[in-house]
Design a protein around this ligand. Structure first.
Ligand SMILES: Cc1cc2nc3c(=O)[nH]c(=O)nc-3n(C[C@H](O)[C@H](O)[C@H](O)COP(=O)(O)OP(=O)(O)OC[C@H]3O[C@@H](n4cnc5c(N)ncnc54)[C@H](O)[C@@H]3O)c2cc1C
Ligand code: FES
Length: 358
């Protein structure tokens, strides 16, 4: 899982002025490694001006399409996305980690469920995969998408969504919310915030019918939507969220409260691919991930900001204190999963198991 594989780019297509859709060639030898489920992402690695950059991008194709495709939206002053827009071209080879992430629910072909998705901007990428997969795999289920953008020209996958609507007229409800373009229905103009959600749930979407909700976009929008859903008694366990952070903390992280007064050494055992290896570090200095990387351990990571879950592993001995944590669900924390990129040791011994996934 933590391994990078070189993948050749089959095509690059500009989807909007600031978003490029990249399709990879997956050789037969890597077919199994790059099998994915709807809603998962890839981590890409490039070296730009001598600096290694790792970023995660959600897969926008559906597993049944037999295509591995992502969309990269250009972020102002963003290192990776700017580089990608200027440099990626067909034939180029890029290091990619195997698909990862838990932004999905198991499909139930016999179910008649109502899946509701809220997406904003590039947050549509995993949601597009979820929509295509779910409508195809659950013939009795319905899907509602509330998709926020500035204007119709910035709507990613506008045509593909319209095609899906044509194909599944009775089962796919598509609502575009535009913040800088007036629409005939007043409710569909503006931003997706708490008030907009309340109005949608009052006039357009019956919350009592919702079985599963997916939210992907900026943090403020995700918090507003989940708050509105929770206030309508939609349990947290039925709300799946994926944060695309575009403003992660930079530079060295500092020790957290519980860990900072302790200066002892911590012995860490890493269980990975059936092997056990050990290292020690001063536990108030760095996160567990940074310490391991400094000592030459090749561990999986991407954002280092507690967002992408690429570094996730199970803590089978010891205790840590986590800083920012947006990627783990409550049940994962209860089972002992941690994000080493945000973890400071609270005990003198830790065992990190990368081989346990559940
Ligand atoms: C699971 C997951 C899936 C994702 N899927 C997608 C996807 O499908 N499509 C997509 O487009 N994106 C996706 N993202 C976001 C993507 O990973 C990148 O975060 C995004 O492309 C920006 O990367 P960048 O290198 O261009 O920007 P960065 O260089 O990381 O900069 C991001 C922002 O921070 C600002 N910044 C730069 N330096 C500093 C500083 N010193 N202090 C404060 N701010 C600073 C920049 O101005 C910029 O606005 C996903 C993220 C996650 C975690
Ligand atoms: S590296 Fe992204 S959550 Fe740890």
């Amino acid at each position: 899982m933590s391994q990078f594989h070189p993948l050749r780019i089959a095509s690059c297509r500009n989807e909007t002025r600031d978003a490029v859709v990249v399709t990879f060639d997956v050789p037969d030898t890597l077919r199994d490694a790059f099998r994915f489920v709807q809603g998962q992402h890839l981590t890409l690695r490039v070296v730009v001006n001598g600096e290694e950059l790792r970023r995660s991008y959600s897969i926008c194709s559906a597993p049944f399409e037999n295509t591995l495709r992502i969309a990269i939206k250009r972020v102002a002053d963003g290192l990776f996305s700017s580089w990608a827009h200027e440099n990626l071209k067909p034939g180029q080879v890029i290091d990619c980690m195997e698909p990862a992430g838990r932004f999905h629910v198991p499909l139930e072909p016999a179910a008649a469920r109502h899946h509701l998705a809220f997406a904003a901007g590039s947050g549509i990428t995993p949601v597009l995969s979820i929509i295509k997969t779910t409508l195809a795999a659950e013939p009795r289920s319905h899907m509602t998408l509330v998709y926020g953008n500035r204007a119709s020209t910035s709507v990613l996958f506008r045509e593909e969504l319209a095609d899906i609507k044509d194909r599944y007229t009775a089962r796919f409800n598509l609502i575009h919310i535009l913040s800088r373009e007036h629409q005939d229905i007043e409710l569909f103009t503006g931003r997706i915030d708490g008030d907009k959600c309340d109005q949608l749930f009052k006039h357009w979407i019956d919350p009592s019918t919702i079985d599963v909700a997916y939210i992907c976009g900026p943090r403020s929008m995700m918090e507003a939507v989940s708050g509105s859903l929770r206030s309508r008694r939609i349990d947290k366990s039925r709300i799946k969220m994926e944060l695309f952070s575009d403003a992660l903390p930079r530079g060295p992280r500092s020790p957290r409260s519980g860990a900072e007064c302790r200066a002892q050494e911590c012995k860490v055992t890493v269980v990975q691919d059936g092997r056990r290896r050990e290292f020690s570090f001063a536990r108030n200095q760095q996160t567990v991930l940074d310490s391991a990387l400094e000592q030459g351990f090749e561990l999986p990571y991407s954002c280092k900001g507690g967002v992408c879950s690429t570094c996730r592993c199970k803590l089978t001995r010891g205790q840590v204190e986590m800083g920012a944590q947006y990627a783990l669900e409550d049940y994962e924390i209860a089972r002992g999963f941690i994000l080493p990129c945000q973890s400071y040791a609270l005990t003198n011994e830790l065992v990190l198991d990368y081989d346990q996934d559940s």
